[in-house]
Design a protein around this ligand. Structure first.
Ligand code: PMP
Ligand code: GLN
Length: 383
């Protein structure tokens, strides 16, 4: 294994899902729903296979999906993108992020990330030979946020991009317009590109509203926005995502992506286009049901002795383990199947500053109510 990938080992999601299978524990680790997306979307994929969508689609994506993505960005956010040159289909958001980072940052360049960060960010920055500069999200009045001075201090002469994930996994933060303005200011002042990971764009709770960074003044031309079908339509196994950006950025992303995978699975592109066009009301119901599940899990975790910050979006909660007398989340997560028959993710792996994250574990609540109830009743044994 090349030196730049030393230390990455197996992803925490693979490790913890394998642990769940091995021990029979309830898996609140890896984030995937235990109920599939809408029947119409599933049928659209089957129908696409039956009607011959089985050979290579165009590298940049099926026109049908690119048009559906452009329509969605316009209707929901007022952002206008040319489907032919400013929308690009990728193998999940993961490949969209990877191709964006690889097209923008090279050896010695720096990319700013907010920690805790989704694990693929660190890996792909390393693949690029670049260096991550983490800005820590810390709980302030029940919500994870950042210090604007720390963000400014993280930007140096070699910084090429800021990677922004909102709604944020695993902190659950939906950045407010004020927070986004701070990020936008830094991008404009320091001439940086923002790569935004918006996979949880629909999964926001209470009054929180997802504001795409590209909608802020002067940001459309310097933002590469990434999203995917997996979370919105509960089809995480489909790995169908997209990038929207000005044409020059899309060309750069395309240059990289075409040699990673060339194209994206055709049937799922048809089905994702169908989903964007027809199933937004279904997503609204999903959002409401997840909000109730969030409250259900939080109530249970607090009763079991954890403290939590109530997420404004995503389907994850970071739980502080210190009130239960634990300090090392990795140790606890490895022992949790035996101690309580539950699997969680040690958030530590998403941090460079261990002191900021070692005492959190992440639980997913995209699960049936009875599964959440059983998990929290088991966790009550930890006291
Ligand atoms: N970004 C974040 C923040 C995620 O939580 C995930 C995980 N599902 C992804 C990207 C990956 O999305 P996809 O499966 O579409 O590649
Ligand atoms: N995004 C999912 C999570 O955060 C996991 C995706 C994966 O397994 N890489 O749990």
């Amino acid at each position: 294994l090349v030196e730049r990938m030393q230390g990455f080992g197996e992803t925490i999601f693979a490790e913890m899902s394998a642990l769940a299978v091995r021990t029979g524990a309830i898996n609140l680790g890896q984030g995937f729903p235990d109920e599939d997306g809408p029947a119409g979307v599933l049928d659209a994929a089957v129908e696409a296979i039956r009607t011959g969508a089985n050979q290579y689609p165009p590298g940049p994506g099926l026109p049908e999906l690119r048009e559906a993505v452009a329509a969605q960005r316009l209707e929901r956010y007022g952002l206008s993108f040319d489907p032919a040159t400013e929308v690009f289909v990728t193998v999940g958001a993961t490949e969209g992020i990877a191709a964006s980072v690889l097209s923008l940052a090279g050896p010695g360049d720096e990319v700013v990330v907010f920690e805790p960060y989704y694990d693929s960010y660190a890996a792909v920055i390393a693949l690029a030979g670049a260096v991550r500069r983490p800005v820590t999200l810390r709980p302030v009045e029940g919500r994870f946020t950042f210090d604007p001075d720390e963000l400014r201090a993280a930007v140096g002469p070699r910084t090429r991009a800021i990677l922004v994930n909102s709604p944020h996994n695993p902190a659950g933060t939906v950045f407010t317009r004020d927070e986004l303005e701070v990020i936008a200011d830094v991008c404009r002042e320091r001439d940086l590109v923002a790569i935004t990971d918006e996979v949880y764009e629909y999964l926001t709770f209470d009054e929180a509203e997802h504001v795409p960074l590209a909608t802020l003044d002067g940001m459309r031309e310097r933002t590469v926005s990434v999203s995917s079908a997996g979370k919105s339509f509960s089809v995480t196994g489909w790995k169908t995502g997209w990038v929207t950006a000005p044409a020059s950025h899309i060309r750069a992303v395309q240059t990289v992506k075409q040699f990673l995978t060339y194209a994206v699975s055709a049937p799922y592109q048809h089905a994702a286009a169908y989903a964007l066009r027809n199933e937004i009301p279904w997503v609204e119901e999903l959002r409401k049901s997840l909000q109730a599940k969030r409250d259900r899990l939080i109530t249970g975790l607090e009763a079991a002795g954890f403290t939590t910050c109530r997420p404004q979006g995503t389907y994850f909660v970071q739980a502080d383990i210190r009130p239960l007398g634990f300090t090392d989340g990795r140790e606890l997560a490895r022992a949790l199947p035996e101690k309580a028959g539950v699997v969680a993710i040690p958030s530590q792996v998403f941090y460079d500053h261990a002191e900021a994250g070692a005492h959190f574990v992440r639980f997913a609540f995209c699960k049936k109510d009875e599964v959440i109830d059983e998990a929290v009743s088991r966790l009550a044994r930890l006291r």
